[in-house]
Design a protein around this ligand. Structure first.
Ligand code: URA
Length: 216
């Protein structure tokens, strides 16, 4: 399976050379916690930039030191970043560098180690979430269970524009997310081969949360 198996209007692999270069370092088992964390932040910046590429612009008058001119500014798009705890937290600062006034909501999920089913233990969104473009961030899209659950919470809260940002995705997870919600858009830096029997992505990069927080 490759990216051509999915609708290009809803699924995009960020092929930029800088992204692919940084992702290779991220995958390396010898990359330490500090560098891993920095790379997750940097990749989130690149990915956030792509995910906001179609934000609408409006004219604004600006006085330069020489004359008045008509420029562009983003037309009233309000953003919320929704990290899926805990690994998604690693991508928040990168996106906040692009949209410093974004609100941040949180969805806490853990995977049952036996069934691999997601369980929610925390969910808190900004009060005007339904008026915001939501960027749901989670470095690894494996089965899609956590991401589809987060999408459901956001749709139930009335959110119309949901964009999911992951760093590494398994085909099974991409299919699950795109099938679950007919409108959601998904950005990733790599579409990997498959899941193993423990629902880890192959070749992947291991447990993103453990590598970000140095817990293993
Ligand atoms: N979560 C991770 O951190 N890594 C995987 O490979 C799958 C899910």
């Amino acid at each position: 399976m490759d990216s051509r198996d999915f609708d290009p209007r809803r699924f995009e692999v960020i092929e930029h050379p800088l992204v692919q270069h940084k992702l290779s370092i991220l995958r390396d088992k010898d990359t330490g916690t500090k560098q891993f964390r920095e790379l997750v932040t940097e990749l989130a910046v690149f990915e956030g930039y792509e995910a906001m590429r179609d934000f609408p612009l409006e004219d604004v008058e600006v006085d330069t030191p020489l004359e008045r001119t008509t420029c562009k500014r983003i037309a009233g798009k309000k953003v919320a970043i929704i990290p899926i705890l805990r690994a998604g937290l690693g991508m928040v600062d990168g996106i906040l560098t692009l949209t410093p006034s974004a609100r941040v909501g949180h969805v806490g999920m853990y995977r049952d180690p036996v069934t691999h089913e997601p369980h929610q233990y925390y969910c808190k969104f900004p009060p005007d979430i339904d008026k915001r473009t939501c960027l749901v961030v989670d470095p690894m899209l494996a089965t899609g269970g956590s991401l589809t659950a987060a999408i459901k919470f956001l749709r139930d809260a009335g959110v119309k524009d949901i964009r999911c940002l992951t760093l590494v995705s398994a085909p099974e997870g991409v299919k699950a997310v795109l099938d679950f919600d007919p409108e959601v858009r998904l950005f990733t830096c790599a579409l990997d081969r498959q899941l193993n029997e423990s629902a880890y992505i192959l070749p992947g990069l291991g447990d993103a949360g453990d590598r970000i927080y140095g817990t293993k």
